[in-house]
Design a protein around this ligand. Structure first.
Ligand SMILES: *Cc1c(COP(=O)(O)O)cnc(C)c1O
Length: 377
């Protein structure tokens, strides 16, 4: 056995069937952003998403961008956004010439703090500027406090874009994440729980929204024999080849979640006797796909997050600090933030452990032994 084999944080994990579907796409020559696998993938995705209307796209970022356009976010508008996330949640706000208002996290789920959210909305309304939308992220697959946040969004009549890029297959009170907002989005990037190499989806109860999303994603071509345009379009549709991969990946989504949750429990079982290492517990009704297993190193620990990360790296094991909050990113520093230091603290003390569903027990043991060895010195 190669004892120094690279262990990735989260790498693509194909079953056998993806290649069969891709072969179908090749055999029928549907190598284009059109073809039968797109519809098939959308239908299958809809089945696991409360039967919502769905359009598959070239990326999750494209899905967020279209969601903002469909909610008519324009220049100088403001959009409320989770700060503790990946930059792709926010970049499309800037594409639209709008500006983000960042909301920090609460400690139970690490997601958007409802108290700060309501404070931000109230202050904006006082200044006569109503936020156009809320981009709500479910980080690492863990559901945000949806009851509280939906109540606030409804009270102030502000639409929610639910960024479930990391949270496909997670649920809140048994309802799938991505289906709560006015618009939901998924990502199928290479490091996500299932992948189409690159890809995303936009979903909504409102069929008109999804029809319009498909129209905008295919260059806003009007229904004429020639090319007729009365709106600005985008080239954001998923290719049929990628959709074929997606059809195969969806067949194993349940298994992938089962494995990721197993990995999380395995780490927890073998590391939680170290009192310096803490895990994010699931609250009743909050079901996480456990996309990545995350640990928090206690403040008192002499061994710091970076000590653990670098020691893993020495053994060719990839791990990564938790997301650096957007309000601390140089590119977003000039925007307003409602800050309680929770996400900053998580960033300073948190680490994502290798969590790929293709990991073997030996790989998990290597990670665990490496971490334990630091504490046994
Ligand atoms: C991956 C990700 C995205 C972007 O999805 P892409 O498909 O990579 O464009 C957006 N938001 C979050 C939280 C993500 O993790």
């Amino acid at each position: 056995m190669d004892t120094n084999k690279k262990i990735w944080l989260s790498s693509p994990h194909m079953s056998k069937n993806e290649q069969n579907y891709v072969k179908e796409a090749f055999d029928s020559n549907w190598i284009a952003p059109a073809g039968p696998h797109i519809k098939l993938f959308e239908d299958k995705l809809s089945e696991i998403s409360d039967n919502l209307n769905i359009a598959v796209l070239s990326s999750g970022t494209a899905a967020i961008h279209l969601a903002l356009i469909l909610l008519e976010v324009e220049r100088d508008d403001c959009v409320i956004c989770s700060s503790f996330t990946f930059s792709a949640s926010v970049n499309p706000v800037i594409y639209q010439g709008a500006h983000p208002i960042f909301i920090d996290s609460e400690k139970d789920t690490w997601n958007m703090d409802p108290v700060l959210l309501e404070q931000a909305i109230a202050e904006k309304l006082n200044q006569n500027q109503k936020p156009k939308a809320i981009i709500l992220v479910h980080l690492y697959g863990y559901p945000a406090k949806l009851d509280e946040i939906l109540r606030i969004a409804k009270k102030y009549d502000i639409p929610i874009i639910e960024d479930a890029a990391e949270a496909i297959g997670s649920s809140y009170n048994n309802k799938p994440l991505g289906t709560f907002g006015d618009i939901g989005i998924y990502s199928f990037n290479g490091n996500k729980i299932i992948t189409t190499s690159s890809g995303g989806a936009i979903l909504s109860k409102d069929d008109n929204i999804i029809k319009k999303a498909k129209f905008l994603a295919t260059q806003a071509r009007e229904d004429y024999p020639h090319y007729e345009h009365s709106e600005i379009g985008y080239n954001y549709r998923m290719s049929n080849v990628c959709a074929a991969i997606g059809v195969g990946q969806l067949e194993v989504l349940k298994d992938r979640i089962k494995k990721r949750r197993y990995i999380h429990d395995y780490y927890k079982q073998h590391l939680s006797n170290l009192k310096e290492i803490n895990f994010l517990e699931e609250l009743p009704g909050f079901y996480s796909n456990r996309w990545l297993t995350t640990i928090i190193i206690s403040e008192k620990s002499v061994i710091k997050r970076e000590d653990i990360r670098l020691n893993l790296l020495k053994e060719n094991i990839e791990s990564r600090p938790l997301w650096k909050p957007m309000h601390l990113q140089p590119v977003f520093r000039k925007y307003q933030v409602y800050d309680n230091k929770v996400s900053e603290d998580l960033f300073n003390r948190g680490l994502c452990l290798p969590s790929g569903s293709n990991m073997e027990i030996e790989d998990l043991e290597r990670v665990i032994n490496n971490i334990k060895s630091l504490y046994e010195k």
